[in-house]
Design a protein around this ligand. Structure first.
Ligand code: ADP
Ligand code: MG
Length: 471
């Protein structure tokens, strides 16, 4: 019997608040070490945490966007563990009563929709960062106390590709609603992957948890490696132990970090410094009212209204910047599907990082105009690409570029006829072949004429004149 993979993901997303979750200290990334640390972040005795209202609001928006139930009452708990990057000796998190329960993420894999249910979303504070250099360990507490949401999925994912697609969608949603910048390198969006295997139909196997994966590629590779490792182990008569593992990107392997803690190891208890958190309906409605149209809804619209392919719809909806640009161009054009090809194949090719804004010299309306010129057969696709390069460089109107660069198609029948006649006269052998019934050489003649006219002859006219002369 074959093996089945079971994956559940835990995502830590840093909320894009200005200040930390329990104090007014700045939550900005990238400052000199230990310059964004106050008494609360440092865990001084006698300080008290004060809940950041924006963090709650953002967590709620995330819950609303992901179809969760937002709980009227939730509770903060102390999760005990002692590391130098968490000086007070416990992390404030939510355990028994999280802010959100349930929910789901819908995403596409190879054009097919998949659903992964969510268990919960809870709020917590981040720890600082330790780094180890030679014999010394350095601690930077700037990150200590920045607000996080942890989004916990059910073990509903069956392949590494599904896991990666789930993460991309989740990240896109959080970015759409402005609650997380989604920066993987800076650690604003991190993933722990829980992986187990089982024979089809059997109960869940023992899982290993791979911690702190900070690229989608690594998530996929780490899961693939881990699945192979567990299957080899089980087929060799061994058993999988529940443990926390790390992924080494250089070797492509996972290795054991520590045996897995159980919840009781953390000795959770309600934090007496924070009263239960109450969210009334009015506040929930305010958060819900701020949600924009989400990537999934846009994707469906692009496919059903504009006939865009599933894969392109995913690409176009992945960030708001790209989606807005595409929609503006598509709405102003005669053929939105043609515009989708332009954006996916050409615009995204020239934009370095579309999520940082497109920073294009030309506008959506200009792209629509260019696309419509091809649609109306005013210019060939080849000339359109040349015009596009000029638009990228100058931001000029496609019409102005055609004139300036002398790219206007030659519609003057006399000129095209002269070119066609010359090519036919210069290639008597091929002309003979055509007349003998080898119609394939038509392509050769069209190519020759287009080359002679530098691609500017109207292809329909060329075809018509060639047919006439070769008959
Ligand atoms: P913890 O918080 O200790 O990591 P949880 O029970 O909250 O443990 O589970 C965390 C994640 O592990 C969830 O995303 C869940 O879907 C996933 N998970 C639980 N059991 C399995 C399993 N047998 N195989 C794969 N994933 C699992
Ligand atoms: Mg975990």
């Amino acid at each position: 019997m074959s093996w089945e993979t079971v994956i559940g993901l835990e995502v830590h997303a840093q909320l894009a608040t200005r200040t930390k979750i329990f104090s007014r200290e700045s939550a900005a990334y990238g400052a000199e070490p230990n310059t964004h640390v106050n008494e609360v972040c440092a865990g001084m005795p006698g300080v008290l945490p004060v809940m950041n209202r924006d963090a709650v609001h953002m967590a709620m928006k995330a819950g609303a966007a992901l179809g969760c139930q937002i709980n009227r009452l939730s509770q903060f708990d102390r999760k005990q563990y002692f590391y130098p990057d968490l000086p007070k000796g416990y992390q404030i998190s939510q355990f028994a009563a999280p802010i959100c329960t349930g929910g789901e993420v819908r995403f596409l894999v190879d054009g097919e929709e998949r659903v992964c249910q969510l268990t919960r979303i809870h709020m917590e504070e981040d720890a600082g960062k330790s780094s180890h250099e030679g014999d010394s360990s350095l601690v930077d507490l700037n990150r200590a106390g920045t607000p996080l949401i942890e989004i916990v999925s059910e073990p509903d994912l069956g392949t590494a590709e599904e896991a990666a697609a789930y993460l991309r969608e989740l990240r896109a949603i959080l970015r759409y609603i402005d609650v997380c910048d989604g920066n993987l390198e800076q650690g604003s969006f991190r993933c722990d992957a829980n992986v187990s295997v089982r024979r089809k139909g059997e109960p869940l196997g023992t899982r290993a948890e791979i911690k702190n994966l900070n690229s989608f590629r690594f998530v996929q590779r780490a899961i693939q490696y881990e699945v192979g490792r567990q299957i080899d182990l089980l087929e060799g008569g061994g058993r999988v132990v529940q443990e926390t593992r790390l992924y080494n990107a250089d070797t492509g392997k996972t290795f054991s970090m520590r045996s897995k803690e159980d919840a009781h190891d953390y000795r959770y208890f309600p934090d007496p410094d924070l009263p239960p958190m109450v969210i009334d309906e009015a506040w929930e409605l305010r958060a819900r009212a701020e949600l924009p149209e989400l990537p999934g809804a846009r994707r469906v619209r692009y496919q059903s209204e504009w006939d865009v392919s599933a894969a392109d719809a995913v690409t176009l909806s992945a960030s708001r910047e790209v989606a807005d640009f595409f929609e503006a161009a598509a709405a102003g054009s005669k053929n939105p599907k043609r515009v989708s090809n332009w954006v996916v194949n050409e615009v995204l090719r020239v934009v370095e990082n579309p999520e940082d804004g497109l920073a294009l010299l030309f506008t959506a309306a200009q792209l629509a105009a260019l696309s419509d010129m091809v649609e109306a057969k005013e210019i060939t696709g080849k000339i359109a690409k040349t015009v596009f390069e000029h638009m990228v460089a100058t931001g000029d109107d496609p019409g102005a570029i055609l004139d300036r660069e002398g790219l206007r198609p030659v519609r003057d029948e006399g000129a095209v006829r002269a070119a066609v006649e010359k090519i036919v006269a210069d290639n008597p052998e091929q002309a003979e072949q055509f007349r003998a019934g080898k119609t394939k050489v038509m392509g050769f003649f069209i190519g020759q004429v287009m080359r002679a006219t530098k691609g500017k002859a109207d292809p329909d006219l060329v075809r018509q004149l060639l047919a006439e002369l070769l008959a």
